[in-house]
Ligand binder design. Structure first.
Ligand code: FEO
Ligand code: CA
Ligand code: CA
Ligand code: CA
Length: 646
């Protein structure tokens, strides 16, 4: 590029050139790049002018970012935009019942495994609010993930925190079981009274789902030999869900919890110096010997040399009916087995259900599932098993007309036995269990760690955070930086605006970066919508509100120095998808990540999660003083009672 241009100016120029060449971004006013491809005038995706595709939807008015941005924040509290109130809620250990184990909280980590099984879990992540009656904004079921809790590695204070210890205590069966019970999900009945949200103690809905709760494997791979173990020769009954990261939900009122870094829970105590891993076990990152968690020492099923297939029973999307506390969670094998971040649905033009997912690993893939059956509003009998039958696709992101314009076209490649590239797979079950290997075989595009997916509620455009990839050495237009430490957000529109389409057009919504740094690679200053005021790294959590504001949460470097100077603690920002403007709305306490978001139906209460405050030992949030740090939900309201973000 011309050396007298800033990175932002360069980014602007290449986008401008792409605009004039391809004509699918509408130029208005002074800034072409500030008008997105979701504006009026989009031609049919990936096709010629005479493609028989339906016209693009009418443009949506730009949602207003009505708040004043907060500055980078480095203290051990929370910072939220002026005129808003942020309150910690339901931290780790919160009792759900008034009697029995776990009905009190000592605050010193002394709770037993049995107590933890009846209290809110640790490391809050994905979250969703289900109105109690389908419409209430004052009462509902708050369902959330608890991603992890402990590791033996003393560098992580979560282990110390869980037991209130000052040095890494020896692992025991009781301690491992407490950890197992701190993972999973919580279903919490909550109600607002006189302006204050409370847990409804002893509600029939209150429930903990842990890493030992029985659940079913369903769909095409259920029962397959690859899923059978000595404890479960049927290959259909699993104990627990682990590494519940991001989430999804369905229009029929169920919660989707997504199993991410489950590989870290599987190791071996059998000849640990002999690397006996299969190619698939290596591809999924199982340890060659012991793990940091040590579960394999106390539970043989987590030792893959003793129970080779147990690990195959994790890495799935799990569907939970929060309104039936006796229901058995279902691992939906049709959606594939990866390190699932979250799941975001869309309804195709013909009514089929589409679920987008990302595999959070450097150089891994983006997927979408298209159901066989069609969604019928209000027909639970029809809808309840829609996620058991359909086609799984993996994404290929092509550079398109020009390299260096940060946009292109893409295709969805079917992962089926009919695909000749997958002839080495003996069955659909094998493809679904070893989804990553299938993605490798068909030549999917290696992305910069796909984290959350979000679907715009009005336009159906799909956005995905690509959080970072410090090891990238070969670039393409979708992943345009080597040693990518800042991350980007990619978005696409499916052909014909139909979620089931097999082709799409994409561009980058933002290249995160730090324009306050003297960067060797000018692209590390970020795209034109990154400024000294909103600089951030490692976008991770992502979601739209009903008005179409895009909310971005970060899980990245928080040193506030060097490459991360002037970025402060991890944070949440709001973006306008049309103008591309991004403003910092919230920042969390020290050494946390901000993750998970959900709104009440009136859009006036926002629930987000703060995970692992003080992961390196430097936080006492939320209680302060000398209290143990506790992951917690944060409830955000606008002081004038208005819509969040307006
Ligand atoms: Fe659990 Fe990729 O974040
Ligand atoms: Ca391109
Ligand atoms: Ca995440
Ligand atoms: Ca992350």
């Amino acid at each position: 590029m011309p050396t007298n241009l800033s990175a932002n100016e360069h980014f602007q120029q290449v986008v401008d050139r792409a605009v004039s060449r391809r004509g699918f971004i509408v130029k208005t006013g002074a800034s072409a790049a500030t008008v997105a491809f979701l504006s009026a005038g989009l031609t049919a995706c990936g096709g010629s002018d005479d493609d028989p595709l339906p016209p693009a939807p009418a443009p949506e008015p730009a949602p207003t970012l009505g708040f004043t941005a907060v500055t980078a924040y480095t203290e051990d509290g929370v910072s939220v935009a002026a005129g808003y109130t942020a309150t910690a809620f339901a931290p780790w250990g919160t009792p759900l019942f008034s009697t029995g184990p776990g009905s009190t909280w000592a605050g010193d980590g002394s709770e037993t495994a049995a107590a933890q099984a009846r209290q809110v879990g640790d490391n809050h992540d994905g979250i969703h609010f289900f109105p109690i009656d389908g419409k209430s904004s004052d009462e509902g079921l708050l369902v959330m993930n608890h991603e992890y809790s402990t590791t033996l590695a003393p560098a992580y204070t979560n282990y110390l925190t869980l037991f209130g210890a000052t040095a890494a205590p020896a692992n025991t069966l009781e301690r491992v079981n407490k950890a197992i019970n701190a993972w999973g999900c919580s279903v919490i009945h909550i109600k607002r009274t006189a302006g204050k949200w409370n847990v409804v103690l002893d509600s029939q809905y209150n429930r903990r789902i842990t890493s030992s709760t029985p659940m079913l494997l369903t769909g095409p791979a259920a029962g397959d030999a690859l899923l059978q173990t000595s404890a479960d020769p049927t290959g259909t009954i699993v104990l627990g869900t682990i590494n519940n990261c991001g989430n999804g939900y369905t229009p029929w009122g169920t919660y989707l919890t997504c199993e991410e870094n489950w590989n870290n829970n599987f190791g071996t105590t059998v000849e640990p110096t002999v690397d006996g891993r299969t190619a698939a076990q290596k591809r999924y990152g199982l340890a060659s010997g012991s793990t940091g968690y040590g579960w394999e020492v106390f539970h043989a099923r987590f030792d893959y040399k003793k129970e080779a297939n147990e690990a195959n029973r994790f890495g799935w999307i799990v569907e939970i009916d929060p309104f039936d506390p006796t229901s058995t969670p279902k691992k939906r094998t049709a959606l594939g087995r990866i390190k699932h971040e979250n799941a975001a649905y869309a309804i195709a033009a013909d009514g089929r259900v589409v679920v987008y997912t990302g595999d959070d690993q450097a150089n891994d893939y983006i997927y979408k599932f298209v159901s066989t059956g069609k969604y019928v509003a209000g027909d639970m009998l029809n809808n309840r098993n829609l996620l058991d039958s359909g086609t799984l696709y993996v994404g290929k992101f092509n550079d398109g007309a020009a390299t260096g314009d940060f946009m292109g076209t893409g295709t969805w490649i079917p992962l089926t036995t009919a695909n000749p590239a997958l002839s080495a797979f003996s069955s659909l079950a094998e493809i679904l269990v070893n989804t990553r290997l299938a993605g490798d075989a068909v030549g999917a595009t290696k992305m910069d760690r796909p984290e959350w997916v979000a679907v715009h509620p009005k336009t159906n455009e799909v956005y995905v955070t690509l959080t970072n990839n410090s090891g990238r050495t070969v670039t393409d237009d979708a992943n345009p930086r080597t040693a990518n430490r800042y991350g980007q957000i990619i978005r696409w529109r499916e052909a014909g605006n139909d979620a089931a389409a097999l082709t799409f057009e994409w561009d980058l919504f933002v290249l995160a970066g730090n324009p306050t740094m003297d960067q060797t690679n000018p692209l590390n200053k970020g795209s034109a919508n990154v400024t000294a005021a909103n600089t951030f790294n490692s976008p991770d959590g992502l979601g739209f509100d009903q008005s179409g504001r895009l909310w971005i949460q970060t899980d990245g470097g928080y040193s506030n120095t060097g490459n991360y100077a002037n970025q402060g603690n991890n944070q949440m920002l709001a973006a306008d998808p049309v103008t591309k403007e991004i403003r910092r709305f919230f920042a969390g306490p020290k050494e946390c990540e901000v993750t998970g978001l959900t709104f009440t139906p009136d859009s006036k209460t926002l629930f987000i999660n703060v995970q692992h405050p003080g992961e390196n030992g430097n936080s006492h949030w939320p209680e302060g003083g000398t209290a143990l740090p506790r992951s917690a939900t944060v409830i955000i309201t606008k002081n004038d009672g208005g819509v969040i973000g307006s």
